[in-house]
Every structure is written in structure tokens, then in C-alpha cells.
Design a protein around this ligand. Structure first.
Ligand code: FE2
Ligand code: FE2
Length: 160
């Protein structure tokens, strides 16, 4: 990033990077969780749920992209070693249920991941409001998306 771009960040850059990396790992793990669950599920409603999971998975990958670009802009590196993703993440990874027909569990797990993201991004929006406007705005965009996601998945859950 340019000198001025960096100089306007009043937050500690290492701390910003650590928060961005945590979010980046969370998004990647959510992306994978939703994608692999879409492959795995079976049962009458699975064909309805599958495209929704795949779309959601794609959206989380876009979130990871936005975070990766900001990380690089601030002079950091996204998680380059795949095996470090889990330890970097804040929300962790929820494996799909052993029973591929347990679709209520699937949606409960999506809701858990979304809820964790909402809580974390809400904290981040608050934290960087005055000290890093660009990072603040990224977290704000993600927060809006996750709030919408949760609402959508709650509707899906109520129909299962
Ligand atoms: Fe996300
Ligand atoms: Fe989400």
C-alpha cells in the first residue's frame, strides 16, 4: 500500500492484520463447510438445500477475497499454509453431520457459523470505527451480508 494509505491507519497494523486474518480463515472455513456439505447431503430436501449451500459457499469465498486484498494492501500475507487455516480462525470449522440426511443439523450448523461471524464483525466494526476507515468499511459490508444470511437461513430452517 502507498505511504499515505498506510499513514492514515491509526490502529496498530499488526493488530489489524491479525483480526483480518482471523476473519479470512473463518470465511475460508465457512466456504469449505458449505461446499462440502452441499456435496454430502442426501434426502428429499437435499436438492432444494444444495444450490442454496453452494451459493452461500460462493459468497463466503468472495468475503475471503475482500479480506485477502486488504491484508495484502496492509503489507501482510493471507494464510499461505493451508494447514494453518484452522488455528488462525476464530469461529472454527463445523464438519457436516455423519448422517447426510440430517438436514436440520446442517442448517443449524450454518446458523452457528453465521452467528459467530455476526458477533465477530460487529466487534470489528466497533473497534475500527475511528482508527482504520477502510478496514472498518470492509467489516461493515461483511456484517451486513452475514445478517442477511442469518435471516435467510432462519427462514429455510423454519420450512424444514
Ligand atoms: Fe462471510
Ligand atoms: Fe455468511
Amino acid at each position: 500500500m502507498g505511504r499515505t494509505g498506510k499513514s492514515i491507519v491509526r490502529a496498530n497494523i499488526e493488530e489489524v492484520l491479525s483480526d483480518l486474518l482471523k476473519a479470512y480463515a473463518d470465511e475460508w472455513l465457512a466456504h469449505y463447510q458449505y461446499w462440502v456439505t452441499a456435496q454430502w447431503i442426501r434426502g428429499i430436501d437435499a436438492d432444494t438445500l444444495r444450490p442454496l449451500l453452494l451459493k452461500q459457499s460462493e459468497d463466503e469465498l468472495k468475503h475471503a477475497e475482500a479480506l485477502a486484498q486488504r491484508i495484502i494492501q496492509l503489507g501482510g500475507e493471507p494464510v499461505l499454509d493451508f494447514s494453518k487455516l484452522l488455528e488462525t480462525s476464530g469461529c472454527g470449522y463445523i464438519a457436516p453431520p455423519k448422517d447426510p440426511t440430517d438436514l436440520r443439523r446442517v442448517v443449524e450448523d450454518v446458523l452457528k457459523a453465521e452467528s459467530c461471524a455476526i458477533k465477530f464483525y460487529n466487534k470489528m466494526v466497533e473497534k475500527y470505527r475511528e482508527t482504520d476507515y477502510v478496514t472498518h468499511e470492509i467489516f461493515e459490508d461483511l456484517l451486513k451480508d452475514e445478517v442477511e444470511d442469518e435471516e435467510e437461513w432462519e427462514k429455510i430452517y423454519s420450512k424444514l
